[in-house]
Design a protein around this ligand. Structure first.
Ligand code: NAD
Length: 418
């Protein structure tokens, strides 16, 4: 292709604008944003400023943009979870290639239907499982494929959401309520299901799960707590009062996540006003949240390998930890510390510092930028489909496993056969 690929962006929030569009504008020779859609005029104004597109290329919704004839080579679908299916279907029927945010859909049938439409129409659809594109997980995959630890028999994975991220996104924020988004294990942890299946190269046969919303509910509200952090008598002692965290992050990093979710293009005044009046200042014990704050999942993979996965908001810091026990050795991998320890049985341990392998640890350990670049190169015809690509046909299984885990959790750990 000897022209830049053209791109339409549906949903210009944290992912569509602040992440993917900001990456795309750094590669003008390869891709050019030509249209954008969002319900929020402030977000569209941001897109005009960032990309230089005219007002006539901005649409008041993805649905409105999708009524036009095909406007670009690819569409980024970065709207809220419950919008993905209908918008992706309409875009595929217009023959867009898609960068589709996860989850594909909260319904197994809709996930399969989109996969089938994409395959039948020969469209390229990458689901944004950004972890696959990190140097950290790519190194683990390389080690496992090399056979250095033999056959993987048991994996233990922990997703440490972190106390403040849990409160920000999953108690007060957009992913707090499964009717508005989907279950925590699907919306947050389809990434983990995807990475575990990808690393082992195996299909999952059985799933069981337990978990609950234990803390962030009205009956757990401490005595004396108020409706909002800005007016709470015990706010100084409450770790979930995030006023200082947002202000400090703003002073350190300016217009960045998570403070730019609290207030678009934040200033200290805008943040304080948003915390006084908006969703992010609400007491964590008095929100309309219903997603779990901790959950464990057991998987049995084909051939008998077992996986134990934990998602928990009750951690001081965020980050993922993975331990893989194989027939010849063990891997211990800490994504926050960027360390992979290779322990061959009976041989000296080796520590790989992932910081020596790359210096791009921007968004999701560098995964955001690598995903966008690889997808652009794929659609431009400059590379073939790589083993990393999270094409929709590969991604559906992670969703089916997550949906089975939720079904099991709701039935107190009943084993679900896949
Ligand atoms: N891949 C990842 O690691 C990752 C990380 C975070 C979020 N996500 C997913 O990305 C998606 C977007 O998340 P976000 O953090 O950017 O949320 P966000 O709220 O910041 O952005 C969503 C945007 O979509 C807009 N919108 C809503 N309905 C629309 C419609 N009908 N047409 C056009 N625009 C519409 C909203 O106004 C908002 O600006 C979600 O599905 C989320 O689960 C993925």
């Amino acid at each position: 292709m000897n022209r830049p690929l053209t791109v339409a962006v549906a949903g210009c929030g944290s992912r569509g604008q602040d992440t993917y569009s900001k990456i795309l504008v750094t590669m003008p020779e390869k891709a050019k944003i030509v249209a954008a859609a969002d319900l929020d005029p402030e977000k569209l104004a941001g897109m005009r400023k960032l990309t230089g597109i005219p007002e006539s290329a901005c649409y008041a919704s993805a649905e409105e943009m999708l009524q036009k004839p095909k406007l670009a080579d690819i569409m980024l679908i970065c709207t809220p979870d419950r919008c993905h299916y209908a918008q992706a279907k309409a875009a595929l029927l217009k023959d867009y290639d898609l960068l589709l945010e996860k989850p594909i859909s909260p319904s197994a049938d809709e996930c399969r239907e989109l996969r089938d439409i994409a395959l039948n129409r020969k469209r390229k659809v990458a689901v944004c499982h950004v972890l696959r594109y990190t140097v950290f997980y790519q190194k683990i995959k390389e080690l496992m494929d090399s056979g250095v630890i033999g056959e993987p028999m048991n994996l233990q994975a922990i997703e440490q959401v972190g106390y403040w991220h849990q409160a920000h996104s999953f108690v007060r924020g957009n992913w707090r309520n499964k009717e508005m988004s989907s279950s925590m294990i699907l919306q947050k942890c389809c990434h983990d299901m995807d990475i575990l299946l990808w690393l082992t190269g195996k299909h999952c046969e059985r799933v069981s799960s337990f978990g609950s919303l234990s803390l962030f509910r009205a009956d757990k509200a401490p005595e004396g707590s108020g409706e909002r952090c800005t007016e709470c008598a015990i706010g100084a002692e409450c770790p979930y009062n995030l006023i200082n965290l947002y202000l400090e992050e703003y002073r350190k990093n300016g217009d960045d996540w998570p403070q730019n979710v609290v207030a678009f293009e934040p200033t200290e005044e805008k943040l304080l006003e948003a915390l006084r009046t908006g969703p992010y200042g609400r007491c964590v014990y008095r929100c309309d949240n219903n997603v779990v704050d901790h959950q464990v999942v057991n998987l049995e993979l084909e051939g008998g390998a077992t996986v134990n996965f934990t998602m928990t908001g009750f951690t001081a810091h965020g980050g993922r930890i993975l331990r893989v026990g194989g027939t010849l050795g063990e891997l211990y991998c800490d994504m926050k510390e960027n360390i992979i320890k290779v322990m061959r049985y009976g041989k000296p341990d080796e520590i790989i510092d992932v910081r020596t392998l790359t210096n791009d640890f921007s968004g999701h350990g560098g995964g955001d930028a690598r995903l966008v670049r690889e997808f652009v190169d794929l659609v431009r015809g400059e590379i073939g489909v790589s083993g990393t690509l999270t094409s929709i046909d590969r991604s559906v299984e992670s969703h089916l496993v997550a949906l089975a885990a939720e079904e099991s959790r709701l039935c107190h750990g009943k084993v679900i056969e896949l």
